[in-house]
Design a protein around this ligand. Structure first.
Ligand code: HPA
Length: 271
């Protein structure tokens, strides 16, 4: 199994490297409704996921499914326009694979964005929250299974899941851009059902925002020793006693994307 994953990774990297020049500085993962950052990439090379050997395929609406490589704010970036969620049925190694591709292309840091529901009362739809830490309630972990020491250690330290230096950089970026940046703890659930009122009551005691993504990617990236910046677009407030739809999440994420893009561009200048 370890040999197979290594070979698959080699195949994917060879396919991409044969079609680009140079290496990548930073990886970026764009969540639901946040795909428009790729429009700002200079000389983009677009790889639909289905063309990259062994890459998983996106199934969720609002996740186009492209790896876009090019230049952004003077840095070489590889942007995942669309991600892979456990609720789509991927295996652990499938969820970790794209992060290993980013690292294999040369990325030493990854900016991970996502949509999330605001649990704390001051978080409103349209806010951006820098993620300071997470609680993993997914009952899943991308490192389950045999460990490949070439990627990282069996037991991964998580005392600084989100890089403090990158957090300070995005705080600076927010001051410069006049963005009221919130900060807090992300609670990760498996989904795809949204939270019950009882679950929301519980989660409000352990975190600030809830979502169904990002944490598996953070774990895979930390295993590889990559620095992580996590940014949530607050798309809804699940404690409100009304029904929630994926359409609403997508619309609100698009509303956040302008602010989020400004911050990401500033952070790239600083890394
Ligand atoms: N719950 C879970 N995931 C989400 C939410 C939510 O309220 N909003 C966006 N992603």
């Amino acid at each position: 199994m370890i040999e197979q994953v290594r070979q698959n990774l080699k195949d994917a990297l060879r396919y991409i490297n044969d079609r680009i020049t140079g290496t990548v500085d930073v990886g970026i993962i764009l969540g639901s409704g946040l795909g428009s950052l790729v429009d700002a990439v200079e000389n983009p090379k677009v790889f639909p996921y289905k063309e990259i050997p062994h890459f998983p395929k996106s199934t969720t609406e609002g996740h186009p499914g492209n790896l876009v490589i090019g230049k952004l704010a003077g840095k070489r970036v590889a942007i995942m326009q669309g991600r892979f969620h456990y609720y789509e049925g991927y295996t652990s190694s499938g969820v970790a694979f794209p992060i290993r591709v980013l690292k294999g292309l040369g990325a030493h840091a990854v900016i991970i964005t996502c949509a999330a529901g605001g649990l704390r009362t001051d978080l409103k739809a349209g806010d951006i929250m820098a993620i300071t830490d997470y609680v993993n309630l997914m009952g899943a972990n991308p490192l389950i299974g045999p460990n490949d020491e070439q990627f990282g250690p069996r037991f991964v330290d998580m005392s600084e899941a989100f890089d403090k230096g990158l957090l300070a950089t995005v705080e600076d970026a927010a001051r410069q851009e006049g963005v009221d940046l919130k900060e807090g703890v992300y609670v990760a659930v498996l989904g795809p059902s949204y939270e019950t009122p009882a679950e929301i009551t519980f989660m409000r005691t352990i975190g600030d925002a809830v979502g169904m993504s990002m944490v598996p990617e953070v774990i895979a990236a930390r295993h590889l020793g990559m620095k992580v910046l996590g940014m949530a677009a607050i798309t809804n407030t699940p404690q409100a006693e009304r029904k929630l739809s994926h359409e609403e999440v997508l619309i609100e994420a698009q509303r956040c994307s302008e602010k989020l893009i400004k911050l990401i561009l500033r952070v790239l200048e600083g890394v």
